[in-house]
Design a protein around this ligand. Structure first.
Ligand SMILES: *[C@@H]1O[C@H](CO)[C@@H](O)[C@H](O)[C@H]1NC(C)=O
Ligand SMILES: *[C@@H]1O[C@H](CO)[C@@H](O)[C@H](O)[C@H]1NC(C)=O
Ligand SMILES: *[C@@H]1O[C@H](CO)[C@@H](O)[C@H](O)[C@H]1NC(C)=O
Ligand SMILES: *[C@@H]1O[C@H](CO)[C@@H](O)[C@H](O)[C@H]1NC(C)=O
Ligand SMILES: *[C@@H]1O[C@H](CO)[C@@H](O)[C@H](O)[C@H]1NC(C)=O
Ligand SMILES: *[C@@H]1O[C@H](CO)[C@@H](O)[C@H](O)[C@H]1NC(C)=O
Length: 758
């Protein structure tokens, strides 16, 4: 076949970058709550095409499960999130035989062959021996079906009503609310579906789709429920599905499908531009691999040849760069020339270290993402904390977009970012209580969980949050962090009075400090309170949920939360030695007598992920290395159960990546804590030809042994501080060289990292 323009553009997209994608294990962290998405997608792609498994009673957050039947293969998924599933729509499902009522929630068992996947490619075999292979561009997907030899009634069901269900009984299950399906005169189909709810309690959203087959079916029928209709199949009822059944004699069928949030026309444009008729399946797979290699994997390279560490590195990079979703031009009802990113799921999870890593390895994307985040405030009135299906929600703690914006501001993200608007958006969070969610969130009915700071009335009135508001103690810790973020940006913009005000407010977590609250010999904790009194808690066991005072964190962990005020925290906890003893107790098995085999540290959830590094604030970076390396090396692998908790849009993987690099970001400040790198050499491409090269000698090259720093050089100069700042090695690039060894020695003799609020 002569190459035409479209085929040529695929050829041109083939880069000379080395193929690092073969290190990625797409099934890593898919099970045991990791919820990683194993299907096919481009970096930040709007289409995430993968299998949907139905196992009654078990929520499937990213479509994939170890058990269950295939209910479809759908174009939209999240990555690694918890709470309740989102998306799983629109779907196709291959079915062999005579199908009289295709929209009756048919599922097909799996075959004995396990699913296979690699970057850009997915393969599953159904119990009817149909092979389904998947590939994707940013906004379109390709399905390659191979039916069993000799089979003639080969059907492909297109189900507009398909979504990932929830069985948790929390009222967060997604719904289908109607749709349209039409087979056009040339044989392609156009559809729209309306869906609602899911984890962020979103009202109706609409997905348009446009699908083509490469061969003519023997019959093609549109259905409204069980009824075949001519023309447009249409339903406005949640109980009446719409879709189509295409029946083929042939055993090999290719389907191309585009989606859009705007219109059917745009869905058709998306597929015809990105996966034109001339595209082969292999073209699309290869273009996806190339995109990952050139946009993501080539940004982090190492001289290490250790296969398991390379797998961990590139698999982590893969799963952290699937979200947020680049939906530029796909924001219905907006007149905007700004970029648009959705599926922020959620800043509560990602603000500590994930967004800081995105900035470094994806500076172009990150500037777009910051502009988009501010543009969401312009259009919706508030910055998002969580967001999906174009709808803010839910907000679990503070307004943590403030921390992300502050981090970007202090690290000089400028370009086309309008920082006066960015700051105005942050002031809205800090000053204007959001109207309550309508209807109120049944899990926290007293104030908004959609956006902003629901407990702001107390914060403004008292400088603390009473138990009139749910999650009061964990929100107080986060609101203080958020106010510190306002201080940082106000200071940069020369808003002196605001800066002073928010710095003062950033210390208000101290108003929750009960010096008399004790646990296992330690006294002084952040606790819930009413107008006049502190309330008693059990700091070891009080991790709660939406309606409780501490959300997904114990008072033990929550008390460590305000990293901008660490010197004060050390003082309140009783000084350096007691602080050290308390950190040690956090990691010592059996420190909590009620849990003799467990530790107080919760490696499964983000709010306490800074704690292993806090030793650095008392000049013991060696202990930070010991604790954080133990967690990284014992709890993270590339097996399907290889994540300690929900990936949460790649937040977990980002934590691991910082551990591999040897630095840890203090979000909202320019500070990076220095611990120790795993490899002899690792290079981060920072954009515009700048790079940070991290080298080491004396270690074992894998980060398993001889992990302790003996000495450090920054840009060739001997370094005695346990931290550095953005300008040192990131603004213009730089070098870090570590001498590593067996023994913990005193290498960090300089000042401790800054505590700007103390
Ligand atoms: C899976 O498929 C089998 C065989 O068709 C069926 O008996 C079973 O009920 C299905 N399970 C689910 C969860 O749909
Ligand atoms: C995001 O999508 C838009 C529209 O397709 C594109 O122009 C832009 O380059 C994308 N951003 C990145 C970082 O790829
Ligand atoms: C803030 O003031 C300093 C000192 O006058 C000046 O150099 C800087 O450009 C100002 N920054 C802004 C954002 O106006
Ligand atoms: C506050 O809590 C204390 C201690 O439990 C209690 O005695 C007091 O009545 C509470 N005050 C209010 C206003 O609820
Ligand atoms: C590769 O690294 C892993 C994990 O750090 C280690 O267990 C293994 O021994 C290393 N393999 C070689 C050949 O060094
Ligand atoms: C860690 O280093 C400090 C000095 O920086 C030293 O006092 C301490 O003993 C070291 N810890 C261990 C367990 O060796």
């Amino acid at each position: 076949m002569a190459p035409d323009i479209a085929a040529l553009s695929f050829l041109l997209s083939v880069s000379t970058t080395a193929d690092l994608s073969h290190h990625v294990k797409v099934f890593a962290g898919t099970l045991n709550g990791g919820n990683n998405f194993p299907g096919v997608a481009r970096p930040f792609g709007m289409v995430k095409l993968g299998p949907d498994l139905l196992n009654i009673g078990t929520d499937s957050y990213s479509g994939y499960l170890a058990n269950g039947n295939f209910s479809g293969f759908s174009l939209m998924h999240e990555q690694g999130t918890g709470g309740a599933p989102k998306y799983g729509t629109p779907a196709q499902l291959p079915l062999v035989g005579t199908i009289s009522n295709p929209l009756s929630s048919i599922t097909v068992p799996r075959s004995s062959k396990p699913d296979e996947g690699s970057v850009g490619y997915y393969k599953a075999t159904t119990g009817q021996d149909v092979v389904v292979e998947l590939a994707a561009s940013e906004r379109a997907g390709m399905f390659k079906y191979t039916f069993p030899a000799g089979s003639t009634r080969n059907n492909i069901l297109v189900d507009v009503s398909h979504v990932l269900p929830s069985f948790r009984g929390q009222g967060l299950g997604q719904g289908y609310a109607g749709g349209e399906f039409q087979i056009m005169s040339d044989g392609h189909y156009e559809a729209s579906g309306v869906y609602n709810n899911g984890w962020n309690r979103s009202p109706d959203w609409t997905i348009y789709s446009c699908g083509y087959f490469n061969t003519t079916p023997t019959t093609a029928s549109s259905f409204v429920g069980p009824v075949v209709v001519r023309g447009v199949a249409s339903s406005t009822s949640s109980s009446v599905p719409v879709g189509g059944l295409f029946t083929f004699d042939e055993g090999a069928v290719l389907s191309r499908v585009g989606i859009s949030w705007i219109s059917k026309e745009q869905a058709c444009r998306n597929v015809n531009e990105q996966i034109p008729e001339t595209a082969t399946f292999d073209n699309v797979v290869q273009a996806t691999k190339d995109a990952w290699n050139s946009q993501i994997f080539s940004k982090v390279t190492t001289t290490s040849t250790n296969a398991s560490n390379l797998e961990l590195l590139y698999t982590s990079l893969y799963h952290m760069n699937l979200l947020p979703t680049n939906k530029t031009g796909e924001n219905p009802g907006w007149e905007s020339t700004e970029p648009y990113y959705d599926d922020i799921f959620t800043f509560w999870d990602t603000f500590r270290y994930s967004t800081a890593l995105l900035q470094i390895i994806q500076p172009t994307m990150y500037e777009e993402f910051i502009r988009s985040t501010i543009d969401i405030w312009r259009h919706d009135g508030y910055l998002p904390d969580g967001r999906s299906s174009n709808y803010n929600g839910r907000t679990q703690g503070g307004s943590n977009a403030d921390n992300v914006l502050a981090d970007a501001y202090v690290k000089s993200v400028r370009g086309k970012v309008n920082w006066e608007d960015g700051y105005a958006a942050m002031v809205k969070d800090a000053e204007v209580p959001p109207p309550n969610t309508n209807p109120p969130d049944p899990m926290a009915p007293e104030a908004s969980t959609k956006e902003g700071r629901g407990a702001l009335p107390d914060w403004l009135k008292y400088g603390f949050i009473t138990t009139k508001f749910s999650r009061s103690a964990s929100r107080a810790v986060e609101y203080a962090y958020n106010d510190f973020s306002l201080y940082q940006v106000a200071k940069g913009l020369n808003k002196t009075a605001d800066a002073a005000k928010y710095l003062t407010r950033s210390r208000n977590w101290r108003n929750h400090w009960n010096p008399k609250q004790t646990a296992i010999g330690f006294s002084g904790f952040v606790v819930p309170r009413n107008e006049t009194d502190f309330l008693p808690v059990n700091p070891l066991t009080d991790a709660g949920y939406w309606g409780d005072a501490t959300y997904q964190v114990t008072s033990w962990g929550n008390s460590f939360g305000d990293i901008h005020d660490m010197a004060k925290l050390v003082e309140l906890m009783g000084g350096r030695d007691t602080f050290l003893a308390r950190l040690d107790a956090t990691f010592t098995p059996g420190a909590n007598p009620a849990n003799p085999n467990g530790v107080l540290f919760d490696a499964t959830n983000e709010p306490t992920f800074n704690i292993p590094y806090l030793y650095t604030y008392i000049s013991l970076p060696n202990h930070s290395v010991q604790r954080s390396r133990h967690i990284a090396k014992t709890l993270y692998t590339t097996t399907p159960t290889g994540l300690p908790g929900n990936s949460d849009a790649g937040a977990m993987q980002s934590w691991l990546l910082w551990n591999i690099i040897g630095l840890y970001p203090v979000t909202g400040q320019t500070t990076f804590l220095i611990h120790a790198p795993w490899f002899e050499s690792l290079t981060l491409e920072l954009g515009e030809g700048k790079r940070l090269v991290v080298t080491s000698e004396g270690g074992d090259g894998t980060g398993d042994s001889r992990i302790y720093v003996q000495s450090v050089r920054v840009n060739g100069v001997s370094w005695e501080k346990s931290w550095l700042v953005w300008e040192d090695v990131f603004a213009e690039g730089g070098t870090l060289h570590f001498v590593l060894g067996e023994e913990m020695v005193e290498w960090a003799k300089g000042e401790v990292p800054p505590s700007p609020a103390s």
